[in-house]
Design a protein around this ligand. Structure first.
Ligand SMILES: C[S@@+](CC[C@H](N)C(=O)[O-])C[C@H]1O[C@@H](n2cnc3c(N)ncnc32)[C@H](O)[C@@H]1O
Length: 224
């Protein structure tokens, strides 16, 4: 299995950091959904700078913030303290989550678990299953094989679904696992799949448009 490696948040400039402090669109939908289901124990898996920990913390959830990057956890903690919020913080690797069985009602995991290879993904999915309560839900995203990144043939292919990203920046040399619809269905077959949809993001930089495609997945742990 490829070695885990987090984002290098130290090299992200302040302007870009601001983008990572604004909660993603779907977090508001999930906040509403999980509040109405009386969910309480929330895991922000791969929390980055903490934008979703803060959103859910401000709305009364018991927040656990987790990331492999010390800088990410430090920034989340600084921000929570400014807001007078108390979270549980842990630095670690998602391949082995430092939490009890059935600890969480809901898990938010946006653009995180794809930072491994195929063997790693299968391991993480088992960990998600272990730490989720019955009836608990997890939202996560995975890069799609339609993405520009998966088509970069000069980037090392680690296994049939995974490339090492060789673009300068915070994700340099980080593994990226890519999926398609059938593989996604197979990977999450032990859960009830509530939603799968694919989103295209367009990035415009100096007249060049690149597209990235992600699967957005919402799953529930059921008894049967
Ligand atoms: C693209 S950022 C997303 C941050 C956050 N989910 C958000 O939406 O703002 C990915 C995060 O996953 C973390 N990460 C990558 N590999 C990890 C691993 N093996 N275990 C835990 N966190 C990891 C990175 O350090 C980084 O903070």
């Amino acid at each position: 299995m490829v070695e885990s490696k987090g984002w290098n948040w130290e090299i992200v400039n302040n302007e870009e950091k601001e983008i990572w402090k604004n909660p993603s669109i779907e977090s508001f939908y999930l906040l509403n959904r999980w509040k109405s289901q009386d969910k309480k124990d929330f895991l922000d898996l791969g929390c980055g700078l903490g934008r979703h920990s803060i959103l859910f913390g401000k709305n009364g959830f018991n927040v656990s913030s987790f990331d492999i990057s010390k800088e990410a956890i430090n920034k989340t903690k600084e921000w929570a303290e400014e807001e007078n919020l108390e979270f549980d913080y842990k630095i670690g690797d998602m391949l082995k989550l430092p939490y009890d069985n059935e600890q969480f009602d809901c898990i938010y995991c946006r653009n995180v678990i794809s930072h491994t290879d195929t063997e790693g993904i299968r391991k993480i999915i088992k960990e998600l299953d272990r730490v989720m309560k019955y009836g608990g839900e997890c939202y996560l995203t995975l890069g799609s094989k339609d993405s520009w990144g998966f088509k970069q043939e000069s980037w090392p292919l680690i296994d049939e679904n995974t490339r090492l990203r060789m673009e300068e920046g915070p994700e340099y040399e980080l593994p990226h696992f890519y999926t398609d619809y059938d593989l996604t269905k197979e990977l999450f077959s032990c859960f009830k799949i509530i939603d799968i949809y694919q989103v295209i993001d367009y990035y415009e930089k100096q007249d060049i448009t690149t597209k990235s495609y992600h699967y957005h997945i919402l799953i529930q742990k059921t008894k049967d």
